[in-house]
Design a binder for this molecule. Structure first.
Ligand code: FAD
Length: 318
């Protein structure tokens, strides 16, 4: 076997795509039923709402080139550069920043597109990765030329021996959880705002208008909790649904009862500390990529996968 990439998030499929483009034999193993990882949607009556990353921003030249291609392909659109800001429950103004990009079909569509020329096996959970005596790593006992773990550090740590180079790099790295609550209403009934940052709030960190984000004006909001709320409800996340629903209603001044809600628990939403390298790769052929390698962002994960793919292809003669 050539290279095995574990994890079909944006980092893993980008890494695999780069390897494949350089003629390296590569396969991606993903434990979930589909690709995307933390670029994820919940579908209600067939309509997707983004429940992982809310949007992405672009500051890197190479990522910009990729995003322009996605736009030409009709996969992404410019959403907004201005978000509302709340301090507690008070709207204190707006914050202008970089353009936030959204995907009308949901952000996982970018991963599906990036995986087009790559072999991905879904429903394949990897259990153990070890360095081999011949310098080739073993993935669940199977030798390969190299392996890439493209996932949050705590998930990678479960697969690695902490005494190996990669195992030591991911050991004891803390990541924060988030609860994502999607709320569907009968009709739109809140002040116009594409999305809001919510500061100093015990329950909410952000709220996005998914109808505005997707461009179909559907009456759907997606709220992200604070890390503290998610940690407090680790054992029973569903107990936070009522609290979050009420907090969103109070924040946006809507008394309307939701028609439906859906909650998702992200145990490893974002790393607590960032690194200043793009990836890890040691002589034992075990590599690490993902958004833990920089500021936790879609662009970071994409760049991490791309750069590790390039480095590996160079080493393997691709
Ligand atoms: C709630 C939330 C909000 C966010 N908001 C933003 C935002 O607004 N803007 C932004 O830029 N970024 C945002 N992010 C961050 C962004 O989603 C991530 O940076 C990016 O998606 C990370 O991609 P990745 O490929 O590194 O990891 P992931 O997407 O986590 O992919 C890892 C994959 O590995 C798989 N896997 C794990 N263990 C195994 C195993 N043993 N065997 C096989 N497969 C395995 C997982 O199933 C998963 O598919 C947000 C994230 C969350 C959770």
């Amino acid at each position: 076997m050539g290279v095995i990439v574990v994890g079909a998030g944006i980092a893993g499929v980008t890494c695999a795509g780069e390897l494949a483009a350089r003629g390296v034999d590569v396969v991606v193993l993903e434990r979930a039923r589909g690709v995307g990882g933390r670029l994820a949607v919940h579908r209600h009556d067939g309509r997707p709402a983004d429940i992982g990353a809310a949007y992405f921003t672009v500051s890197d030249q190479e990522f910009d080139t990729r995003v322009r291609q996605w736009r030409r392909d009709g996969l992404v659109r410019e959403w907004t550069d201005t978000l509302a800001v709340f301090e507690g429950t008070t709207r204190i103004g707006d914050s202008s920043g970089p353009m936030r990009w959204a995907a009308p079909g949901g952000l996982p569509s970018l991963v599906t597109e990036s995986a087009r020329d790559v072999t991905v096996r879904t429903g394949c959970e990897v259990g153990e990765i070890r360095p081999g005596p011949d310098g080739r790593p073993r993935v669940d006992g199977e030798p390969c030329d190299a392996v890439v773990l493209a996932m949050p550090d705590p998930q990678a740590a479960r697969l690695l021996d902490p005494h190996t180079a990669a195992g030591a790099v991911v050991a004891d790295r803390e990541w924060d959880p988030i609860l994502a609550l999607t709320i569907g209403f009968a009709r739109r009934g809140w002040p116009e705002l594409p999305a809001a940052f919510v500061n100093d709030h015990p329950v909410l960190a952000s709220v996005a208008d998914d109808g505005d984000r997707r461009g179909d004006r559907a009456p759907v909001l997606v709220a992200h909790s604070t890390g503290a709320l998610a940690r407090a409800h680790e054992a029973a996340p569903e107990a936070a649904v009522t609290t979050m629903t009420a907090a969103v209603g109070r924040l946006l001044g809507t008394a309307a009862e939701p028609e439906w809600t859906h909650q998702h628990h992200w145990p490893y939403a974002a790393p607590r500390e960032r690194r200043d390298r793009s990836f890890h790769l040691d002589d034992d052929g075990i590599g690490l990529a993902g958004d833990g390698w920089g500021r936790s962002r879609v662009q970071t994960a994409w760049l991490s996968g791309l750069r590790l793919g390039r480095e590996l292809a160079g080493r393997l003669g691709g």
